[in-house]
Design a protein around this ligand. Structure first.
Ligand code: SF4
Length: 334
């Protein structure tokens, strides 16, 4: 089936599914403790989509052209029995890529079960190898070694691992080389992501952004890099390889070179909002639709209509956009 196009001609190809709004980090980047502390009200269970509901929405989206699903949160490994959802999604024949983004803290205990259930790969967010800095950036007292153990367990289970690292000016620039060296040694693909103005609490400013070109130049001072063609159109990261065979590194240039024109991604929040941009103010209520007894055909039309009305290109328009209340990243899943 040919899926819908949005107002800029973009097709729906992948979806990020948030399975919980809870997280075991309190990173200043997306869940600062002063906002997400004891008084914060997380979603009650009754408001969160069941695994059956999520699998139904994903199957309908696959009818509309989705081939890639990424499980996110909050922290997805805080959702109980997540492997049961993985098993359901892995059974959708049209789905070609089933990935998960995690902070890695609970990965050691669950990697093998997730692999056995049908997960294809994991991405671990890791902004520092230096332990005191890691603890500061994650807002926890858990050591970075716990994340590294999780990454090791994923590798042992046969799950390919990518590392995502957000670099902030004056905060963790000194981690660029150590992370690159560690990923080269361990055989992980590293992706540097420009610091973005996600949510409403990270005090983002252009001065805190280290442009991808600068990060690349710092790497190239030590390791030559060769550009790699995108594997598929709309690939988010600009890819480079180390000519000595030590793998790849990528750069996500959301600020310096926005790629909205190639954005084929939707997001499904834990409570069933269909969101068409990371920087959206709200989403369409899929949960209400599901729980009012609509058929799969009607659900397909509902999703197709939401997508066909989409004209998001926040990153391209950032400089000209008035400040507004955005959905929190811990809610929309990055
Ligand atoms: S700003 Fe929105 S439309 Fe642009 S790439 Fe990001 S998610 Fe896609």
């Amino acid at each position: 089936m040919t899926g819908p196009r949005d107002l800029l001609g973009r097709r729906l190809r992948d979806v990020r599914v948030s399975v919980t709004d809870r997280c075991n980090f309190r990173c200043p980047y997306c869940m600062p403790r002063e906002v997400f502390g004891e008084a914060h009200r997380f979603l009650p269970k009754s408001e969160i989509l069941s695994f059956e509901e999520i699998a139904r929405v994903v199957a309908v989206m696959c009818d509309l052209g989705v081939r890639k699903v990424r499980l996110t949160g909050g922290e997805p490994l805080l959702r109980r029995e997540l492997r049961q959802l993985v098993r359901r999604l892995a059974g959708i024949a049209a789905l070609e890529d089933l990935a998960m983004t995690t902070n890695g803290l609970l990965l050691a205990a669950s990697a093998q079960a997730l692999k056995d259930a049908g997960l294809h790969r994991v991405t671990v967010s890791l902004d520092a190898l230096d332990d005191p800095l890691f603890r500061r950036l994650s807002g926890t007292d858990r050591p970075v070694d716990h994340v590294l153990e999780g990454i090791g367990a994923a590798c042992c289970a046969g799950l390919p691992v990518k590392i995502n690292c957000v670099i902030q000016r004056g905060v963790n620039e000194d981690q660029i080389l150590p992370l690159a060296e560690w990923c080269r040694e361990e055989g992980h693909t590293l992706r540097f992501i420009e610091y973005m103005d996600v949510g409403n609490h990270n005090r983002w400013h252009t001065a805190s952004v280290v442009p991808a070109a600068e990060i690349r130049a710092r790497l190239e001072d030590v390791y030559p890099l060769e550009a790699v063609d995108a594997a598929v159109r709309g690939e988010v990261a600009r890819r480079y390889r180390y000519p000595d065979g030590a793998g790849e590194v990528g750069f996500v240039t959301s600020i310096s070179e926005p790629f909205c024109r190639d954005c084929h991604r939707a997001r499904l929040t834990a409570d069933g909002k269909l969101v068409t941009c990371l920087f959206a103010e709200n989403g369409a209520d899929v949960r209400a639709f599901l729980r009012s007894g609509g058929s799969d055909d009607e659900l397909r039309n509902f999703v197709a209509k939401v997508w066909s009305r989409r004209d998001d290109r926040y990153s391209e328009l950032r400089a000209a956009t008035q400040p507004r209340r955005k959905i929190e990243m811990s809610y929309v899943g990055g």
